[in-house]
Write a protein that binds this ligand. Sequence first.
Ligand SMILES: C[S@@+](CC[C@H](N)C(=O)[O-])C[C@H]1O[C@@H](n2cnc3c(N)ncnc32)[C@H](O)[C@@H]1O
Length: 325
Amino acid sequence: MISPTLPAELKAALDGKLQGFSRTDAAQRSQKISTAYRAGGGSGTIKSEADALAYALARMPATYAAVAASLNALGEIASDLAPETLLDVGAGPGTASWAAAEAFPTLQDFTLLDANATLSRLALDLARDSTRLAECRYLPGEAGVNLAEVSPADLVIASYIIGELSEADQRKLTEAMWAKARHALVVIEPGTPAGYARILALRQQLIARGAYVVAPCPHERSCPLTAPDWCHFSQRLPRSQAHRQIKGAEVPFEDERFIYVALTRTAPESRAARVLAPPDVGKAEITAKLCTEEGVALAKVPRRDKAAYASARRWRWGDAVIAES
Ligand SMILES: C[S@@+](CC[C@H](N)C(=O)[O-])C[C@H]1O[C@@H](n2cnc3c(N)ncnc32)[C@H](O)[C@@H]1O
């Protein structure tokens, strides 16, 4: 399991870029970028080196934490996955590549695909002195077009990109990414109902192509949740002082809501139920909402069952757990 906080080398590279960069300027730029995102404008507003850095300072810690949690979930179920090659689709500043390098020490070959030249320059700059990523390759331009040209990779990751595409383009990119995923594909999106809907559509599209779902779902059936409920998770991460200044935030931590799906070409050897919400720890029992192979279940673990209760006390939202039926 890897930590949700940025690796030391990445933090040092970001801190280095921060020298001489006004926090007020960074805060204004990141505010403008967030407003554009909320209005559905995507990352098109990131046009200058300063914009790219402001974006990375504001968002990279949180998207890194979400990718780290998703890769931890993949590695926990697909425990013999040892990828050597990675395609990071819509890599931006290289967030998912950094997380994948931490999660999979076997990775040796990193290819980053992104249409935004400014973010890509930053990605290469941040990776320059990295022990693992210094030799990474960057393919500029439309990811769908570039995917047609590249060799397949053991692991393909698309973190916070598909929401920037039209529905038709999401379907095309999904197809292209799966075609290049030798062993696994992980797609991560914001933990909103819209992000969940995109992940559900992608999941369904690829199950029809023979994909297995490794996480978060312990099955390939239709999602048992019904609106207004939606599947998402939350990852807490510490906020640095610079990050607090840029975000105008008081608290020293941030909770990133995200949704993901990890798909593989071979069936997972084991399945575990997934905790879908923070468990309720009561005096007499622990109640936890679980997604199981049979559907959604409210597991009740009584205090009198000492061993099961002690183990359920450690359950956290998003965990894969073995629940007694
Ligand atoms: C929100 S950023 C996410 C960056 C990074 N994956 C992360 O998680 O921090 C989305 C990225 O996708 C890229 N992008 C969006 N549409 C693209 C496309 N059709 N082809 C290539 N890159 C694309 C954008 O340029 C941007 O860098």
